[in-house]
Every structure is written in C-alpha cells, then in structure tokens.
Design a protein around this ligand. Structure first.
Ligand code: SF4
Length: 472
C-alpha cells in the first residue's frame, strides 16, 4: 500500500480498496484529478521559484523542490508500504545527501486543512526521516489564494504519528479483506473515478441515497424505521412516513410524499407531474414571442467566468441547426468589454425572457450589472427576465432520476452532447489547458460544449412547454 491509498482511504474505504485491487478498466478518467495535478505543479513551481527536479537525483543534487520520489519501507515488521510525497522542500539540516534535508509538503485546494493533509504529511515524514537519515519535525501544507502562495507548517507530534499508524493498520486490514460497502455519503462520489461502477451497484441494490434529497442521515433514519431500500420506500404510506420524519418539522408530510413518489418514479421509470399549472403556464406565455438560453462556463477557484453563451430562439419551431448561438469569451477576468457585449445582447430584445439552468447565471448577471453601475431598478428589471429551469422542473415534475442536474435530465430526454464524456469539470480542464498552451483548439472545445449545454437546456424547456400544452 502507498500514500495514495491512504489518501483515498480517508475519503472512502471502498475507493482505497478499488484503487488497490479494482479492475482498472472500470475506472474512469477524472478531470478533477488532472486539474488538481496541474494546479499543484503550478503552485509548487511558484513556491520553489521554478527549481523543481524529479526523483532521487533531485535530492542528491540538493534542488529546492523535488517531486516524484518514491520511498519504500515497512511498518510493524511485515507491512510493506511506499510513500509518494507530492513535494519535498529543501530545508536547513543535515542528511545523508549533505548539509540540507527535505520536508514533505502537500497541496491544499480549499481553505481547510483536513485529516487527508495531516496524515499524508505524517506518513511521508516517518519513512522519509529514516530514508534521508534526518528526523523530520514538521511538514508543509501549500495553498494559493489570489495568486499568493500560502505555506502552513504542521508540527509532527507523537499523537499525530500514533494516529497515522493506526489508520495504516486499518488500511492494511481493509486492503486484505473483501470490497467495502458503498459510502453512505454519496456526495463524495461526484468526483470519484469509480463512480460509474458504484452507481451501477447502488441502483441494482436499490440504495436509498439514489433518491434525490435523501442523504446519509435521512437514509439511516429510514433504515432504523425498517425502510432499507427504494422498493420498500416506494410502497410505504406517505402519511406514516411523514410521522417518522419529524426532523423536517412542518415539512415532514411534504417531504414524505416527495420521497415516496420519487421512489415510485425511479422504479417505474415514469415521471410524475406535480400540479403546478401557474409556473409552467407562465413559461409558455413568456416564451411565446422568443427567448434566450444563457449558460456560463467558469473557474470557481479563480472566480472567473471565462465564457458566456447565448442561444437565440425566435420560436420553438425553428430547426436546431438554424438557431443562432453567440459565445462571448472573457479571456481576462473582469473584462468590461465582454460585459458590454452581454448587456447589448440582452437589451436587443428587451421583452425576451432568459432561460438558464441553476442559479449561477442570474448571480453573474447581477454582478455584471452592478459593475456597470446599473441602478437597483434596472437590475431588478433585468433579473426579473431570468427563469431558472432547474427550479421550475423540480417544482413541476418528479422524474425517474437520481438527480436533477442538467446532464441527467437532458440525457433522460434523449439529448446527446456532440463531444463524448464531457462535463463542467472537463470544460474547466480544457480552460486550464488553454491558459497553459494558448492552443485555440481548447477554446473551440469549450465553445462546442457550452453550445450543447444551451441546446440541452432548450430540450428541457421544450419538455416543460409541450407537456403544458398537452394539458391545456
Ligand atoms: S464512487 Fe463513491 S462509494 Fe464508490 S469508491 Fe468512489 S467515493 Fe467510494
């Protein structure tokens, strides 16, 4: 086992096991991992003033930063382990290589230093200490805020070393045993490379966490009440379930009804229409003389929206290939020029509503309008044109799906993205690639992706409108 298994184990036991023993063909490439690696390298380079070398030679030659070193060792006599420190940083001291030594460093994405960082450093320091013949008293957690590198020192006390040894023993036991259960906290799965495999198993076994709105806590509450899978939930009386869901206070009966109906839809594969005539009638009316679809691609870590895409729909009968799609690139953050272009488009049809999926787009427009010094009244008027289809579809339909994300809903409606295996994180990966290489091919891919996102949103709008027409 190695430090990567330890890192996975802290997140999800099953992931560590799959990383170690799982069929590699079932693993899917994760853009998150790739983005993390690129960010990591950029920040490490900045920290070491570009003086980074790979492997043992880097240590022997005393480079400021060393990546890619692997050190083998054993614990408790018979447990073979390997550390792969993300970065070694040269520091004062004496080691077998000369009048210097190395400290292990890890990269941190968010603001919080977690167990994952602490254990990684502690594990690395134990094996690295004996390898370089110099004790390590501290490790470093490296992060970056607004282009500034931040270094946090972590002192390695006895307690932390003891804790990591215990975790390593548990990890060893886990890797020798059979495959662990799927994690209860399925939020962790969204960025995991084994997600497809686990999703399939969860579906086959009717896992309660496959039901939208049921997280790990609600699932265990339901289990203690004898509801252990989706099948049982689908047959349960809504009223009786409501009585058991007191944690939702005065929403308990409403929640119970949604959970049961969601479970029924999931099993039958049939959508259920919640009577919400007003909302969809409103959509029908507002879009009758034309509308825009609006979608943004952004880098949340830099708070940078790098592409604004508009799809212009004069009427729903226009062929898809005749629709006008207008991408506005915002290559440098805060470019007033791109803001003006956006406003120009929005004001070219002042009465048209702007359909979008999720809240990001509306928030972005409010910020843009503020930067352009719009008055409160003008901002209100502008944002009142925005219609969030994600909220609307959730209010009016219970769909036979695990979640109501744009990809899941539009895929269910038969929409296909032109580029395969794409996602918001893949677009972000392309953006980072573009920033490094300046190769326009990445921008083309992002634009195609955004255009498809707009078309997918359109497909959902059509579904809502057509079903409303049928009922009227
Ligand atoms: S998909 Fe979820 S349950 Fe499966 S290994 Fe990854 S985090 Fe664990």
């Amino acid at each position: 086992m190695n430090s990567l298994h330890l890192k996975s184990f802290i997140r999800c036991k099953r992931k560590a096991w799959l990383d170690f023993k799982g069929k590699k063909s079932c693993e899917v490439w994760s853009p998150h991992k790739a983005i993390d690696k690129i960010n990591q390298f950029q920040i490490f380079s900045q920290l070491c003033n570009g003086e980074i070398y790979t492997g043992l030679k880097g240590c022997e030659n005393g480079y400021q930063g060393v990546i890619g070193l692997k050190v083998k060792g054993s614990f408790f006599q018979n447990i073979n382990t390997e550390i792969r420190p993300q970065l070694l940083v040269k520091s004062k001291g004496i080691s077998k290589w000369g009048p210097y030594k190395y400290l292990p460093a890890v990269y941190k994405l968010g603001r919080k230093t977690t167990k994952e960082h602490l254990f990684d450093i502690a594990f690395s320091s134990i094996l690295l200490g004996s390898f370089q013949e110099s004790k390590i008293e501290k490790g470093l957690v490296i992060s970056s805020f607004g282009n500034k590198v931040n270094v946090e020192e972590i002192y390695l006390n006895k307690k932390l070393r003891k804790k990591v040894l215990n975790v390593l023993l548990n990890l060893n036991e886990c890797l020798e045993g059979s495959i662990p259960e799927i994690t209860q906290d399925r939020k962790k799965c969204t960025i995991c490379s084994w997600q497809k495999l686990c999703d399939k198993e969860a579906k086959e076994n009717g896992f309660l966490t496959d039901i939208d709105g049921i997280g790990s806590k609600t699932a265990s509450l339901l289990k203690t009440n004898g509801i252990s899978d989706i099948q049982t939930l689908a047959c349960y009386s809504e009223k009786e379930l409501g009585e058991k869901l007191s944690k939702f206070n005065n929403q308990k009966y409403e929640k119970a009804s949604i959970f049961v109906k969601q479970a029924q839809a999931y099993i039958s594969g049939k959508p259920y229409c919640i009577s919400n005539k007003n909302a969809t009638n409103d959509l029908l009316e507002k879009t009758s003389s034309g509308f825009y679809i609006f979608d943004i691609e952004s880098n949340p870590d830099d708070r940078h929206d790098f592409l604004y895409g508009f799809l212009k729909i004069n009427n729903l009968f226009t062929k898809k290939e005749d629709l006008v799609y207008e991408p506005i690139l915002n290559l440098k953050n805060n470019k007033v020029e791109s803001y003006r272009q956006i406003i120009k488009i929005l004001f070219s049809h002042k009465g048209w509503p702007v359909l979008h999926y999720g809240e990001t787009e509306k928030i972005a427009i409010i910020n843009i309008a503020k930067k352009l010094n719009f008055s409160f009244e003008e901002i209100d008027l502008l944002t009142s044109r925005f219609i969030d289809l994600h909220t609307l579809i959730r209010k009016s339909w219970i769909l036979p799906l695990k979640n109501y994300g744009l990809k899941t809903v539009s895929n269910w409606l038969g929409f296909e993205w032109l580029q395969k295996n794409v996602s918001g994180s893949k677009a972000l990966y392309w953006w980072i690639q573009y920033q490094i290489t300046k190769n326009e091919i990445f921008l083309k891919k992002i634009i195609q992706y955004n255009k498809d996102d707009c078309l997918a949103t359109l497909q959902i709008a059509e579904y809502l409108i057509k079903n409303q027409l049928k009922k009227n």
